[in-house]
Design a binder for this molecule. Structure first.
Ligand code: ATP
Ligand code: MG
Length: 351
């Protein structure tokens, strides 16, 4: 269907993919490798299809499981930047089964088509990242808590997603950004679309039937759980057919102190560089002391939001300097332990 695009995406080897991801993603070795392999197989499959050669390997859709801020979305985004294939991020909670208020899953592929500049052949070898799949769990077996407010939707959305995951021809709306008219549909085959799904399963303990010892909330209310098994996910309300179409399952763990420090220091686009660049434009030099960075990491660990929380923390730490930057030209800002703790205390007090 559509015109077959002649230029094929370059075959990037798993090692190349891994190395490049490694520059931006700290830790999460298993996830980086699994995603690199899945992406490589995906490239091989799409090439084989385009060249008309046989390719029998099963599609290796991926499921990433891990706590908030550990890098699930970050891994997928980093991968997408490296691959010359269209990529979209979809939030599972925005979709509904047909007939309910919300987006039909066809829209997800419509967005992929948009990312492929409406080139159907390119869209058909794209990658879709489906976030928050744990939030579409079935909750029919008596919701245990208020968290199960999606009694109707969840299972239906999983069912609807199944057909995308297994691959089939869909009639996709071609205008997903505006109110599309009923006639603007184009057939897209999702057989070769790679799906990377992600979820935190953070309230899994409530659905594990009390058989696991992980159901202990820490003081902050965040649960630290061990390995999540397939059985746990089934009990949680993920359909067996759904899991079955996500053969590559990777557990990611919360980033520890050293890793969070590396998140600040290592990536070429790290937050530290970002703020230093901003202030340099005001003529202000920034010197980050290790003691200050450790204080930032300690605050992130307290908030239990992983690397995600560090932006908010740095924003608090740097806000005074950003505010008065232009009048501090020629000076050096020393971000040490005291500076960080004072700024964070001041920010907390002003809330
Ligand atoms: N392993 C990591 N290495 C480097 N940076 C990271 C890592 N994990 C997270 N980050 C940074 O933190 C931000 C938030 O992470 P990300 O969005 O990937 O979290 P997530 O695992 O998807 O969490 P959530 O379940 O809340 O969506 C990223 O944009 C990135 O800047
Ligand atoms: Mg995410």
């Amino acid at each position: 269907m559509g015109t077959m695009t002649k230029e094929l995406p370059r075959l990037v080897t798993p090692v190349e993919l891994y190395r490049e991801m490694d520059r931006y993603v700290i830790g999460q070795e298993r996830a980086k490798k699994a995603v690199a392999i899945a992406a490589y197989s995906h490239l091989k499959r799409t090439r084989a299809r385009a060249l008309g050669t046989k390719f029998s390997a099963r599609k290796s859709n991926v499921l990433l499981i891990g706590p908030t801020g550990c890098g699930k979305t970050h891994v997928a985004r980093t991968l997408a930047k490296m691959l010359e294939v269209p990529f979209v991020i979809a939030d599972a909670t925005e979709y509904t089964e047909a007939g309910y208020y919300g987006k039909d899953v066809e829209v997800m592929i419509g967005e992929l088509l948009l990312a492929a500049d409406m080139d159907v052949a390119r869209a058909e070898r794209g990658i879709v990242f489906v976030d928050e799949v744990d939030k579409i769990a079935r909750r029919s077996h008596g919701a245990v808590t208020g968290a199960g407010s999606r009694d109707i939707g969840g299972e239906g959305v999983q069912q609807a997603l199944l057909k995308l995951l297994e691959g089939r021809q869909l009639f996709v709306p071609t205008n997903v950004t505006q109110h599309w008219s009923k006639h603007d549909f184009v057939p897209v085959d999702t057989t070769d679309v790679l799906f990377i799904c992600a979820g935190t399963f953070s309230d899994l303990h409530m659905y594990s039937g009390g058989t696991r010892s992980m159901g202990f909330n820490t003081e902050s209310g965040v649960v630290r759980h061990g390995r999540i098994t397939e059985k746990d996910m089934l009990r949680y309300g993920i359909l067996a057919e759904f899991l079955g179409r996500l053969p590559v399952q990777v557990q990611m763990s919360a980033l520890g102190e050293e890793e969070l420090l590396q998140v600040l220091l290592k990536p070429p686009d790290s937050l530290l560089r970002e703020y230093a660049d901003l202030l340099r434009m005001d003529g202000v030099m920034v010197r980050y002391e290790t003691s200050g960075l450790k204080e930032i990491v300690a605050a992130a660990l307290r908030r239990e939001t992983g690397a995600r929380g560090m932006r908010a923390i740095l924003e608090d730490v740097m806000s005074d300097a950003l505010f008065s930057g232009p009048s501090m030209s020629g000076k050096t800002l020393v971000v040490d332990r005291d500076y960080v703790s004072h700024s964070l205390a001041a920010a907390a007090a002003s809330e």
